[in-house]
Design a protein around this ligand. Structure first.
Ligand code: NAP
Length: 303
């Protein structure tokens, strides 16, 4: 059974090339006949790993291809996920499975709402990749991916494809807790790196601000029934800051490059969830407002 990959950017390409080179059947879905023509011109996807480039001539089609889809990896940004899935929903076979690689929370529900009866499996990844050209992906950071089914159910047999492709992964019985924990880590670190214009490690100079956010994020997690995700959050935030001290956060990089951020699915989602649970979290709200102002000043979308 073939994998289809929709969202042939950094992570989508990283997955597609590793599946393909392991001999797993994989098909790319490109957004338009023009993008398909450009892809064919390039001759395939190039994976750059430890300085070595390798071209993989993976089969591709565009959104109009009518072939049914049994297993889909959705690898676009959170803000594109709902629109992207709408374009292929009619092609999903009964019992199709959709793996959701989006960061943050909110997009998974937007997608699942459009796919009644299909199994939607959110994932959370610490792998790092970026594009250094069209149809080229650089594998920038080894990491791990957790996948799971918020509705329960057993682990799928196709995890063996990931094993065979050397995609480090774990089936997670509580994937929502993982997504909430990652959201909280992101909210404690990324917005402040944007507002202070600094690397993660420089947040040591803003310890009070980070700690105040952590305290409120713990309240947010507990108020949303995520006690496990709240456990030792403070310590974990400082551990991540120290372990990634020299890095610029993904949100910092998006803003610095003039790219749209995923704010609505990170801090925006956190603030909306706080309001929904009638929680007063003034520091979180203030950072959200400051970040929106910052995006306005840089001419970037606030959603
Ligand atoms: P990306 O490089 O921007 O790739 C997204 C891809 O989706 C682009 O190729 C885009 O096409 C395509 N796309 C968007 N809308 C589409 C549509 N309607 N139809 C077809 N294709 C569509 O993004 P990414 O960095 O891989 O990130 C994907 C998700 O993974 C994000 O939520 C991100 O936060 C998360 N993540 C990324 C990393 C990483 O290291 N990159 C690590 C962990 C998590 P165009 O190029 O034509 O716009």
């Amino acid at each position: 059974m073939s994998w289809h990959v929709l969202g042939v950017g950094s992570l989508g390409s990283l997955w597609a090339t590793r599946l393909f080179r392991a001999g797993v059947p994989v098909q790319l879905i490109l957004r338009s006949p023009q993008r398909l023509a450009a892809y064919r011109q390039a001759g395939g996807l190039t994976l750059v790993e430890q300085g070595q480039s390798q071209l993989y001539a993976i089969a591709a089609s565009d959104l109009d291809d009518p072939a049914p889809i049994a297993r889909l990896l959705l690898a676009c940004k959170a803000y594109d996920a709902a629109e992207a899935i709408a374009a292929v929903a009619h092609r999903l076979a009964p019992g199709a499975e959709v793996i959701l690689l989006q960061n943050g929370l909110g997009s998974q529900d937007e997608v699942a709402r459009q796919l009644p009866g299909r199994r939607c499996l959110p994932a959370s990844s610490t792998e790092g990749a970026f594009r250094d050209g069209d149809w080229r992906v650089v594998f920038a950071g080894q990491g791990h991916t957790w996948l799971g089914d918020p509705s329960g159910g057993s682990s799928p047999a196709w995890l063996s494809d990931l094993q065979r492709s050397h995609i480090p992964h774990t089936w997670s019985p509580d994937i929502l807790a993982r997504l909430w924990r990652k959201l909280a880590l992101n909210c404690a670190i990324n917005p402040l790196t944007v507002l202070h214009g600094c690397r993660n490690g420089e947040l040591l100079r803003h310890r009070d601000e980070v700690d105040a956010l952590c305290t409120e994020l713990v309240q947010l997690l507990l108020g949303n029934g995520q006690a496990e995700a709240a456990r030792d959050l403070h310590d974990d935030v400082w551990r991540v800051i120290e372990a990634t001290a020299a890095n610029y956060s993904s949100m910092y990089q998006d803003v610095a490059s003039g790219r749209r951020t995923e704010i609505s699915y990170l801090l925006g989602y956190a603030c909306a969830a706080a309001e929904h649970a009638a929680l007063q979290l003034p520091h979180l709200k203030a950072v959200h407002q400051r970040l929106l102002g910052h995006l306005d000043r840089h001419g970037l979308p606030r959603y």
